[in-house]
Design a protein around this ligand. Sequence first.
Ligand code: COA
Length: 192
Amino acid sequence: MAEVVAETERLRLRTWDFEDRAGFDRLLNTPAVLRWLGGPADEAFSNAAFDRIDLYQREFGFTFWIVERKEDGATLGFCGLKRANAPGGEKFEGDVEIGWRLREDAWGKGYAKEAAIKCLDLAFDLFGAPHVVAVTSLNNLPSQGLMIRLGMTRREDLDFIDKRFPADSDINPQIVFRIDASDWPAARAAAR
Ligand SMILES: CC(C)(COP(=O)(O)OP(=O)(O)OC[C@H]1O[C@@H](n2cnc3c(N)ncnc32)[C@H](O)[C@@H]1OP(=O)(O)O)[C@@H](O)C(=O)NCCC(=O)NCCS
């Protein structure tokens, strides 16, 4: 049974039920949403990803939670935290990492930022992270824009090649943004 992790003005962050998987795939397994994430996934790949999301919740107490709109209960996507584990990103392996993915018709409304602010609150206040990283493709400008709007700082020293994709694919290189716990209160105030 899903548990509500946190609420914002317009959104609810909650854990996953097994029944969420099919609906999530239907809404988010699209070329636009997955443009910088390797493209639409087959069933086995999706299921492995959902299994990892469940495992993170059990292992760490946090994961990429479902983002639900309070007004109508619609599933918009996910936003949450995990421990960094990208193949090739060993320099920051194990750091608390924030991530987000919303269905296309939920972009451009500030939902991702609203959910991400709450996730950073949880990372620092509840889970005691000293810093949080975010990872994206150099070419994923919407995701980088969100990192910047949250007050995160590009760390070029942490750039890496994600080994799941060819080094010369447009998904690589991957870049890393970071924010320290001590910088979050001021960044949060500015991000509102
Ligand atoms: C990355 C992603 C989550 C960003 O979503 P987003 O909606 O652009 O981000 P935000 O929530 O910060 O919203 C900002 C936009 O909402 C607009 N907006 C509208 N109402 C708003 C409000 N009440 N508050 C804040 N912004 C609002 C802003 O003006 C801005 O619009 P713009 O992009 O035209 O400048 C989204 O593009 C996505 O899901 N992409 C596919 C998956 C993906 O690549 N994930 C990242 C992998 S690393």
